[in-house]
Structures are given as structure tokens and as C-alpha cells.
Ligand binder design. Structure first.
Ligand code: 2AM
Length: 185
């Protein structure tokens, strides 16, 4: 089962990101836009795991969730991976109590390693992926418009973490929550 651990974002934020996507679409760039309902903050991508491991994964998330109180994040800026010259992934960055998200991610990482999962080799870069660039068509316009876009600094409360199953379909990914654990419980 393809699995990851994430923070879900509220509908008001998705609405704002949909407006950003609509604006960037107008550049005519060749981008696979993330379905706004699928936009989330990934804390840890696990890839394929055996379904039996889900129980220990849920237990770990529940245990770590007790160590945190709800916190606040806000939309910050737009950007892309790996760089502006060759954008592949378009994202919206986050600010606010980001150090708490980082701490949460680090404790998850330590717990996952203790459970025998392979360590993550990439540094944690908190972001919301809004689209994936498919070709070089109109990328200059895309990057310029994304850079100039007046993104409102909307805040949202983070109150839980979610274990999600990811199924890849030609029409797009389908993410199904397997467990939701509230912070502070
Ligand atoms: P992304 O937001 O940067 O695309 C589900 O696929 C989630 O896990 C996505 O949010 C994706 O990040 C993240 N993820 C991290 N590493 C991944 C990988 N190697 N393959 C697929 N998704 C990955």
C-alpha cells in the first residue's frame, strides 16, 4: 500500500490555491495541476508498505500527536523545485509555527527509523504542491506570474495528522485517509 503521512489543509485555503492555479493556467504553460482536494502538507512519504504495518504506523502517529498542541501555519510565497530555470514542481511555501511542523516531522522520522523504516534521505521542505510542469512551454511566463502573484497570508490551524493511502490513476491520484490523530490528545 502506497502510504504517506500528512497535514490536511482547510477548504478556505484550497479555495485560495484554486484561484492561484486559475491565474497561472492563463499562462498556457504545460502543467498538471493538483486537484485542490488533494493538496496537503506531506510530513513523510513512505512509499509501498505492507498493510500489516499500518497498525504500528497509526500507533506511532498517535503517540507523537500527544506530544504536540495544535499550532498555526500560514501561506507564505510561491516557488518551485528544483529551481526557477527548470521548474518541475510548483508549490506554495508556508510560514508561521513552521518550527513546530519541523519538530513534528523529526519526531516522526525518529519513530519511523526505530520501527525499521528506511531513513528519509531528502531534507524536509514544507510545501503545498499545486502543479507539476510537464514541458518547457511558456515556463518563463509561468514563473514570472507565480512570482508576482499577491498570495494572501492566510493562516490555518493544524489540529491533526493523517495517514493516507495513495492510489495512482490515469485521472490523478486518489488519497484515502487510513487514520487521523488529533494533536494534544
Ligand atoms: P509533493 O507534494 O512534493 O508532490 C503523495 O505522493 C505525497 O507524498 C505528495 O505530496 C508528494 O510530495 C509526497 N512525496 C514525497 N516523496 C515522494 C516520492 N518519492 N514519490 C511520490 N510522492 C512523494
Amino acid at each position: 500500500m502506497r502510504t504517506f503521512i500528512a497535514i490536511e489543509i482547510p477548504a478556505a485555503i484550497k479555495t485560495e490555491l484554486t484561484k492561484l492555479q486559475a491565474e497561472l493556467r492563463r499562462t498556457g504553460a504545460d502543467v498538471g495541476w493538483t486537484n485542490p482536494n488533494n493538496i496537503h502538507l506531506t510530513l513523510r512519504f513512505l512509499g509501498e508498505i505492507e498493510e500489516v504495518r499500518l497498525t504500528e504506523l497509526k500507533r506511532l502517529c498517535a503517540e507523537i500527536a500527544t506530544q504536540f498542541q495544535p499550532f498555526t501555519l500560514r501561506l507564505k510565497d510561491t516557488g518551485c523545485f528544483p529551481n526557477f530555470k527548470q521548474p518541475r514542481v510548483l508549490w506554495v511555501g508556508l510560514a508561521g509555527e513552521i518550527s513546530i511542523a519541523q519538530e513534528l516531522q523529526q519526531r516522526l522520522e525518529a519513530g519511523l527509523t526505530a520501527l525499521g523504516f528506511d531513513p528519509e534521505d531528502k531534507p524536509f521542505k514544507p510545501h503545498l504542491t499545486i502543479g507539476r510542469v510537464k514541458s518547457g512551454k511558456n515556463i518563463r511566463q509561468l514563473v514570472a506570474k507565480s512570482d508576482m502573484y499577491p498570495l494572501p497570508e492566510l493562516s490555518f490551524a493544524v489540529g491533526e495528522i493523517v495517514v493516507l493511502k495513495s492510489e495512482l490513476h490515469p485521472a490523478g491520484a486518489r488519497y484515502t485517509p487510513q487514520a487521523k490523530v488529533k494533536l494534544g490528545d
